[in-house]
Design a protein around this ligand. Structure first.
Ligand SMILES: *Cc1c(COP(=O)(O)O)cnc(C)c1O
Length: 236
């Protein structure tokens, strides 16, 4: 094992400890919050170490090229792969071939194209609805006010199983503002499930990253997506 790989493992242990601490502080069960490793730019052999050691079994990729390449390099391992980046409709085939869940479903043309391909293949896939609760223009995700209608529309496609909602929180030092972006996602979920538009199978909240996962957990995250705190600063 390389020194960097040992470092990754100890970073992950520390992160897991901090996640548990945040759960307890919020009066929640640590088992209710999953850690997804956001592995963009991380080499396959470094992802391999974490999975082989059984330290993590849930990985998220942002780019199709990395998803394909690392999935192939790690095809001998059992772990769950999610796609968490912006998905272009011309990359759908690869996305659903290698990921069991698409967390970034944020527009109807993507829904239609996913459905077409899944129908062709005669199967279903798990999705999260990505909502832009931080109102940053550069970010993908649908407008909060449109989320309910969007979920209603997805209901017509039985190839897509909604498992929850995803957001990229506000990137800011203003804790209260960051927190609001997470509260908003929780409220959207509660309203949509409360009205019976989807059932409780869709109750997951994928929110919180390295810098703010404790806030997200306090506001109900069921999955935090960690990159930097485990793998260090990304080198592009
Ligand atoms: C990179 C990324 C993360 C992880 O971010 P860190 O701050 O490095 O923990 C989480 N979610 C998405 C969608 C990402 O692209």
């Amino acid at each position: 094992m390389t020194p960097y790989q040992s470092e990754i493992l100890s970073n992950l242990s520390a992160a897991r400890f901090d996640v548990e601490k945040a759960c307890l502080a919020a009066g929640r069960q640590p088992s209710d919050v999953k850690i997804l490793l956001a592995t963009k730019t991380v080499a396959a052999e470094n992802v391999r170490v974490v999975i082989e050691q059984g330290k993590a079994l849930l990985v998220g990729e942002n780019r199709i090229q990395e998803l394909v390449q690392k999935s192939q390099a790690l095809s001998d391992l059992q772990y769950e792969r999610h796609f968490i980046g912006h998905l272009q409709t011309n990359k759908i085939k690869e996305a659903i071939k290698y990921a069991s869940c698409i967390q970034s479903v944020d527009r109807i043309d993507l829904v239609e194209k996913l459905d077409q391909q899944l129908q062709k293949e005669g199967r279903q896939i798990d999705i999260f609805v990505q909502v832009n609760t931080s109102f940053e223009e550069s970010k993908f995700g649908m407008e909060p006010d449109l989320a309910k209608d969007f979920v209603k529309k997805i209901g017509a496609y039985d190839t897509l199983r909604i498992r929850g909602f995803m957001t990229i929180g506000l990137f800011s030092d203003d804790e209260a503002a960051v927190r609001r972006s997470y509260v908003r996602l929780r409220e959207i979920r509660d309203e949509i499930i409360g009205e019976g538009i989807v059932d409780t199978q869709a109750n997951q909240l994928s929110m919180g990253m390295s810098g703010d996962f404790a806030l997200a957990i306090a506001e109900g995250a069921t999955m935090v997506r960690l990159g930097t705190t485990v793998f260090g600063k990304r080198v592009y």
